[in-house]
Design a protein around this ligand. Structure first.
Ligand SMILES: [Zn+2]
Length: 219
């Protein structure tokens, strides 16, 4: 199989993200540069636990042409191509529907990163780009523009997040840090002053947020 190592690596990264609850169903996608001109990317509409390395597609960076893979590449392949072009220092681009950061995108606000450890990983602030439908060049352009050289994640309004890294370990650590930074925001700002939340619901939300903080390995 052509590009076997890269395609298998994408699959392993997806399973790891799905196991941790950052990808649900067929949502989200993962891209990895296999050389300077091509990247491996998850196929569209395929469950992560049914996916094989042969299903993972390889797409040309320059024009989006698919050069390998038995299925059709993710509708977000163009978004990942824009990210790789904007950030040549990165080899992995991960788009998640991670629950707490995705909830944060409903606010449509930039996220200020307060913890020093998270700032080192993510950057000083994470933009929340305006809504555009999945797979559009407008969304791809907005995300690429939001990834300044010292910013390694982007929020997409009413949708989810993109985290990048030199490798999958770095990208994964940013997914975790972003989830934890959003959980900290809600615990500090929203939960102490819930509006109309029943006590049992507020307790459930607080427990979910605290467990996201506890899962964050960032020192
Ligand atoms: Zn999505």
């Amino acid at each position: 199989m052509r590009f076997e190592a890269g395609r298998a690596h994408v699959l392993r990264t997806c399973i790891e993200l799905a196991d941790r609850g950052y990808l649900a169903g067929t949502g989200g996608n993962v891209a990895l540069l296999v050389d300077r001109e091509r990247f491996a990317v998850t196929p569209s509409a395929t469950g992560y636990y049914e996916m094989t390395a042969a299903d993972v597609c390889v797409v040309r960076l320059q024009d989006g042409a698919q050069v390998a893979g038995e299925k059709t590449a993710s509708v977000e392949a163009g978004l990942h191509a824009s990210v790789f072009r904007a950030r040549p220092d990165c080899a992995v681009s991960v788009h998640t529907h991670q629950p707490i950061a995705s909830a944060y995108t409903l606010l449509g606000m930039r996220l200020e990163i307060r913890s020093e450890a998270h700032r080192r990983l993510l950057g000083p602030q994470i933009e929340c780009v305006g809504y555009a439908p999945s797979g559009t060049s407008r969304l791809a352009r907005r995300v690429a523009q939001a990834l300044d050289p010292d910013v390694h994640a982007c929020l997409m309004r009413n949708h989810g997040a993109v985290c990048i890294g030199r490798d999958s370990i770095e990208a994964m650590s940013r997914v975790e840090a972003l989830e934890s930074a959003c959980a900290a925001f809600f615990l500090d700002r929203a939960i102490p002053n819930p509006t109309g939340l029943e006590a049992s619901v507020a307790a459930l939300v607080t427990r979910s947020l605290r467990s996201a903080l506890a899962a964050d390995p960032t020192p």
